[in-house]
Design a protein around this ligand. Structure first.
Ligand code: 637
Ligand code: MG
Length: 214
């Protein structure tokens, strides 16, 4: 019977990665996606940039928008200090189910809270539901047309403070032009981008780093 791509990614992890070893989970997904079938994980090249930003920010609170199969979730969770609070939002129940198993295989289920539902529904509830005041780091990697509306929503809900860092995948491909325009013209954000390539390809891509300065 039909086995979905996400199920094949999960099988590759269960077959090739060592339980409790996040790096082997990352390696297993990258090998599958570069040798067998492309999938929209952030990938290893951009993943290393993500790792360096997480290490530099050393966040006590992290929000990820768009868990997908949990690849970037595992990368981020494996670098967090023990007291950190990490929430990842995913509205597709099938992706959430796979991501939970990938995160568990990496042994990181205690480091991250995967919340099923739409970001626009959950962002307004995060403060009281999870006892989080503001986020030190937000990783945006969900549908690109939600980047701008969700960033504005996070601002309105008081979830961002001076010093918060937003990291956005795919501002070139598929692209989030309205988002880029907004943060570029806003005095609140100091932004720069890391040149990279679209996961598992040679196509030009950037990770956009946005520091909130006021
Ligand atoms: C409001 C809301 N709330 C919660 N979860 C939400 C949500 N909106 C979406 N999600 C979730 O997040 C993921 C969606 C990720 C979308 N990512 C991309 O579309 C993407 C595409 C490419 C790509 C590049 C070149 C191509 F030719 C084809 C595709 C590369 C990428 O890196 C991408 O991220 C997915 O798991 C979806 O269920
Ligand atoms: Mg992406």
């Amino acid at each position: 019977q039909f086995v979905s791509l996400r199920q094949r990614i999960l099988s590759a992890v269960q077959k090739n990665a060592t339980r409790g070893d996040p790096r082997s989970v990352i390696r297993a997904i990258d090998q599958f996606c570069s040798q067998k079938e492309w999938a929209m994980n952030v990938g290893n090249e951009k993943g290393c940039i993500l790792d360096s930003v997480v290490s530099e920010v050393n966040p006590a609170t992290v929000l990820e928008l768009g868990t997908y199969c949990g690849y970037s979730t595992v990368r981020i969770a494996s670098l967090l200090p023990p007291y950190a609070k990490f929430i990842t939002l995913e509205f597709n129940p099938d992706f959430a189910a796979v991501a939970r198993q990938v995160i568990a295989w990496a042994g990181l289920e205690d480091k991250v809270q995967l919340v099923e539902g739409a970001s626009s529904d959950w962002i307004p509830k995060i403060k009281e539901q999870f006892g989080i005041k503001t986020f030190d780091l937000v990783f945006l990697d969900h549908w690109k047309e939600h980047y701008l509306s969700d960033t504005k929503l996070m601002e309105e809900c008081g979830l961002l403070r001076k010093g918060s860092v937003l990291l956005a995948d795919n501002v070139i491909c598929p692209g989030a032009p309205d988002y880029v325009e907004y943060v570029r013209s806003s005095p609140r954000y100091k932004s720069h981008y890391f040149r990279s390539h679209l996961e598992y390809t040679k196509a030009e891509e950037n990770l956009w780093y946005l520091g909130i300065i006021e």
